[in-house]
Design a protein around this ligand. Structure first.
Ligand code: BGC
Length: 414
């Protein structure tokens, strides 16, 4: 078995990750509104959007209900059970997000009941020795913010930093690691350039405006959280891609440099002075050969994404330039039958170990995801979970790969 080679320090953080909208259920935010308006369209579009093999394997994609987050994994009510599973798997850290729309349902008015709820959530993690990594914003907006133009509004950074300050005050004793924003530049792209996510705009001007508002929001939140508790560690979760020039012709290398700069570095460059660590979400390899996405696709996930675990090594090596600790805050695959997940986890960890051995300061790994959950505009059919969820009964069933991950953690830290 290859994993016998793995050796990580005792204080390495082993985790899994989830987000509020994708798991909690019962939310009311800009996405829930968008889901209601777009479920039928997405179900119809599935016939042309996905290839035949996916259509055959996941007929749920034709059902509008698939696109409604609804009760999701009911994690809001079942978090104790979910954290029991995380503990049982030998994890010592856990990444989740707080749902802004619950905490500040009306502009400037915080809901004490929901603050108390998340206090219970954090207590439940701590009781199980799971170090919380809390994301303040994982893509959903309170309705009051969305109705005022959301991310495009110049006030966004004030809204976000007021929320961050209040939450930092409430949780200052308990949370050491904050992630302000999840994949901010990808969000800007999907919502304001490709126009596939709410509010479905396709405008370069809006994209730039949102991009910069996210930069400012991060910086402002960093400032207020540090003022409340100077010793907390603050970062953001950045989705970096392994762009590979193959063959390494002048054109391909130039294209790679552009893609790296705009896709991987620019947002980090703009926020590096306001970050204590880098959160890396790694999912994609992108082969460049006179154009983008020339991947061989030898092994793909249920979403058709190429599985290229060794790419994380290159991405991590590139991040060394920032001289900050790195936590892999997301990495995973849609694999309903659980036939590729063990291989993928093992190869990914081998690549992380290789980068660590060469001096890259990587301090943790969070698998996406603990639970099968709501995959945004694809709905529920892609299964990213170490744990399977019965959509009707919400019963949890631990997949074999989760035990494999448990075993790796035990061996690697012994
Ligand atoms: C996001 C998750 C998402 C995952 C898989 C990441 O970019 O942060 O919310 O579920 O990718 O698509």
């Amino acid at each position: 078995m290859k994993n016998t080679r793995l050796k990580f320090p005792r204080d390495f953080l082993w985790g899994a990750a989830i987000s509020s909208h994708q798991t909690e259920g019962g939310n009311t935010n800009d996405w829930t509104e968008w889901e209601k308006q777009n479920a039928s369209r997405l179900a119809k579009k599935a016939r042309v959007k996905f290839p035949e093999w996916q259509q055959e394997k996941f007929p749920e994609m034709f059902d509008p209900k698939n696109y409604i987050s609804g009760s999701a994994c009911d994690h809001y009510n079942q978090f104790q059970e979910d954290f029991d599973i995380a503990k049982e798997l030998g994890l010592n850290a856990f990444r989740l997000s707080f749902e802004w729309s619950r905490l500040e349902p009306e502009q400037g008015k915080f809901d004490e009941k929901e603050i108390a709820h998340y206090k219970e959530v954090i207590r439940a993690l701590k009781e199980r020795n799971l170090e919380p990594f809390v994301t303040l914003w994982h893509w959903t907006l309170p309705l009051w913010a969305a109705s005022q133009g959301g991310l495009k509004n110049r006030q966004f950074k004030y809204w976000f930093s007021r929320y961050a300050e209040k939450i930092a005050q409430e949780f200052q004793e308990d949370i050491k690691f904050w992630i302000t924003l999840n994949e901010p530049d990808f969000y800007a792209l999907a919502c304001y350039s490709r126009g596939s996510w709410p509010p479905q705009e396709k405008s370069f001007y809006s994209f730039l405006r949102v991009y910069m508002n996210l930069v400012w929001a991060h910086r402002a939140a960093y400032g207020v959280i540090k003022e409340v508790s100077p010793s907390t560690q603050i970062g953001l979760a950045k989705d970096n891609i392994y762009f590979e020039a193959r063959p390494r012709t002048l054109l391909n290398v130039l294209l790679k440099k552009c893609a790296d700069f705009f896709g991987n570095y620019l947002f980090l460059n703009k926020t590096r002075l306001y970050s204590d660590f880098i959160g890396l979400n790694y999912y994609h390899h992108n082969t460049i050969n006179k154009g983008l996405r020339k991947n061989e696709n030898k092994i793909v996930s249920d979403l058709g994404w190429e599985l290229y675990p060794e790419g994380i090594y290159h991405v991590l090596k590139d991040l060394e330039r920032y001289k900050q600790p790195i936590y892999v805050t997301e990495n995973g695959l849609a694999d309903q039958e659980d036939t590729r997940r063990q291989w993928f986890i093992e190869e990914t960890l081998n690549s992380i170990q290789k980068a660590r051995d060469e001096g890259v300061d990587i301090r943790g790994y969070f698998h996406w995801s603990l639970l099968d959950n709501f995959e945004w505009d694809k709905g529920f059919w892609p299964k990213f979970g170490l744990v399977e969820i019965n959509p009707k009964t919400k019963e949890r069933k631990i997949r074999p790969s989760a035990y494999f991950y448990k075993d790796i953690i035990a061996r690697a830290s012994s």
